[in-house]
Design a protein around this ligand. Structure first.
Ligand code: MG7
Length: 311
């Protein structure tokens, strides 16, 4: 169905409805010819040429469920049971102040950069002060109410069956993400998480975070000037020329910068404020999924590569 829709050539910001099994998804593909060409290349290359580079929070995890916002990995860390009322107030104030800057349409990325570093640093420092304990990590994740997008089981199963590496690239907290994978029993051998990791002292108490700090505006391999690792090296897949990139913010589009792929098909989840943001997303992402709680589109792309490789 996805392929059929893309055959309609006229550029359009109007959503098309695609039916995947029982699920209907509203998609915008502004440049359908380009999507079709990329899909055809992915089919020609087959699964052995493909890798997935994906954001985690509100991309692999849902944005909302039953009318409630699903917490991000930072949000889950902030539900740490031993935080005081002052800690909660502090994190809330940080969020209010800096989130407004992160999404401010009138500031350039350069202007935002020092504020973002300040946010991540202040938040992480406060969590160190609060004495976050490794021993409560699993329980904190278990009770957090985090939800993955519908179809996650099939998505990870297919990646594993087809031997497609999956790089989860996140400016959130790597330990929380890994614990979520454990919580859902996702244990693919080709899954790597590149993110901010917690460092503990010998008593299992948080003492800091891994370097380099990954925040919204350096979430790309080319930004790690001192690191020789490219995305391909990090997932142990130097021969992968084709990338399926998944994200929910414009910044995610740059995640594949610095890895040596020659084709990147981008799928963008537009989770909220669709009216204001659709035009920008439609310009930049090959396929935009509108308020879609499922992984149907990435799964369809993977299946296209799978069948193409054997056809
Ligand atoms: N984000 C970034 N920081 C925080 C934080 O300290 N608390 C909360 N609740 N959220 C935070 O996954 C990356 C996203 O997480 C948010 C330091 C940012 O909005 C960022 O885009």
């Amino acid at each position: 169905h996805l392929l059929e829709q893309t055959c309609r050539d006229e550029p359009s910001e109007l959503p098309v409805v695609c039916q995947f099994g029982d699920t209907k998804c509203r998609l915008v593909m502004k440049n359908r010819r380009r999507v079709l060409e990329k899909l055809q290349s992915l089919m020609r290359g087959g699964p052995d040429a493909l890798e997935v580079i994906t954001d985690f929070d509100h991309t692999l995890s849902k944005f909302s469920e039953n009318g409630r916002r699903v917490p991000s990995s930072h949000g889950i860390m902030e539900s740490y049971p031993d935080l005081s009322a002052e800690d909660h107030k502090y994190f809330r104030e940080l969020y209010t102040k800096y989130y407004a800057i992160e999404i401010c349409p009138d500031m350039s990325d350069e202007e935002k950069l020092p504020h973002m570093i300040e946010w991540w640093t202040r938040s992480h420092d406060r969590m160190v002060l609060a004495g976050f304990q490794k021993s409560v990590l699993a329980q904190t994740v278990d009770v957090s109410g985090v939800a993955l997008r519908d179809g996650w089981h099939q998505f990870f199963d297919r990646l594993e069956e087809l031997g497609i590496p999956c790089l989860i690239f996140s400016a959130g907290i790597g330990d929380i993400i890994q614990e979520i994978l454990v919580h859902f029993d996702i244990r693919g051998k080709l899954i790597r998480v590149v993110s901010n990791f917690m460092l503990y002292n010998e008593k299992g108490v948080l003492r800091g975070f891994s370097e380099p700090l990954i925040h919204t505006f350096n979430k790309r391999f080319s930004a790690f000037a001192s690191s020789e690792a490219s995305a391909n090296d990090l997932v142990g897949a130097t021969d992968r020329r084709h990338v399926l990139l998944m994200g929910d913010t414009m910044g995610d589009l740059r995640m594949s910068e610095g890895c040596n792929a020659d084709l990147v098909l981008t799928v963008g989840y537009l989770n909220d404020r669709v009216q204001d943001r659709l035009s920008g997303y439609a310009d930049k992402f090959d396929i935009v999924c509108l308020e879609d709680p499922s992984l149907c589109v990435p799964l369809a792309v993977i299946e296209a590569a799978a069948t193409g490789g054997t056809a």
